[in-house]
Write a protein that binds this ligand. Structure first.
Ligand code: ZN
Length: 218
């Protein structure tokens, strides 16, 4: 169902009437302190909702969402994603970073199928960052599995890119930060945890059974 701006206003009214009063104590605490435990980096895709998937409360996840859940490697110059990563790790002191890819990702589908993105030059430029992942999976996998292989490889590549950020490297060296790679399946609700890149091409393991609604501890 499509939402309209009118529906959004209704949602805000319902939040203020029904949701906020029930958690007034939590919101009072949050007004004084911002202490998230996890940096969640996901795709901007509207179907991938970090707080819903992980059953997290407000204040628990510091969230960055980009097209294709891409994380640029550390580089000189202004970079909004890098600033958010550094703020989460070095200032807020999150102890975990989750990079979450997902099934049916538009960005990864465009790459896996070699679609013409010449009419969307910003998208094309952004997705160039996944060239290496595309090359890796194009050589290794053929047929319908190619998209899911690219989605997994892309998550691993972002974990590697994360490690190039000085704040992340520092926290990792101090043993204060864990990096995790997930893939969320929209149809089943399953969340698979990717094995570390060193184990490539290791398979994936479920974070929690798809049929269960048990919150994932991160
Ligand atoms: Zn996506």
């Amino acid at each position: 169902m499509q939402q309209t701006p009118h529906d959004l206003s209704d949602g805000v009214a319902r939040f203020q009437r029904e949701v906020f009063p029930a958690k007034a104590e939590l919101y009072a605490r949050l007004a004084e302190a911002h202490r998230p435990t996890t940096l969640f980096i996901g795709c901007s895709d509207a179907r991938v909702v970090p707080e819903l998937i992980t059953q997290s409360e407000p204040g628990e996840l510091f969230v960055v969402r980009t097209a294709g859940n891409l994380v640029p490697a550390h580089a000189a110059g202004p970079d909004g994603v890098a600033a958010s990563i550094e703020y989460a790790v070095a200032v807020l002191g999150v102890t975990a970073i989750v990079v979450c890819g997902h099934s049916a990702c538009g960005a990864m589908t465009a790459l896996a199928e070699g679609r013409d993105l010449s009419a969307a030059s910003s998208v094309a430029g952004w997705l160039r960052q996944a060239d290496t992942s595309v090359a890796r999976t194009a050589a290794a996998v053929a047929g319908p599995d190619r998209l899911s292989a690219l989605i997994r490889e892309n998550v691993r590549a972002q974990l590697a890119n994360l490690a190039t950020h000085p704040s992340v490297a520092r926290a990792q060296a101090a043993g204060a930060l864990t990096l995790r790679g997930w893939v969320y399946d929209i149809r089943s609700g399953a969340v698979a945890e990717l094995a570390p890149a060193a184990d490539r091409p290791a398979s994936v393991a479920p974070v929690a059974p798809a049929a269960s609604v048990t919150p994932v501890a991160v």
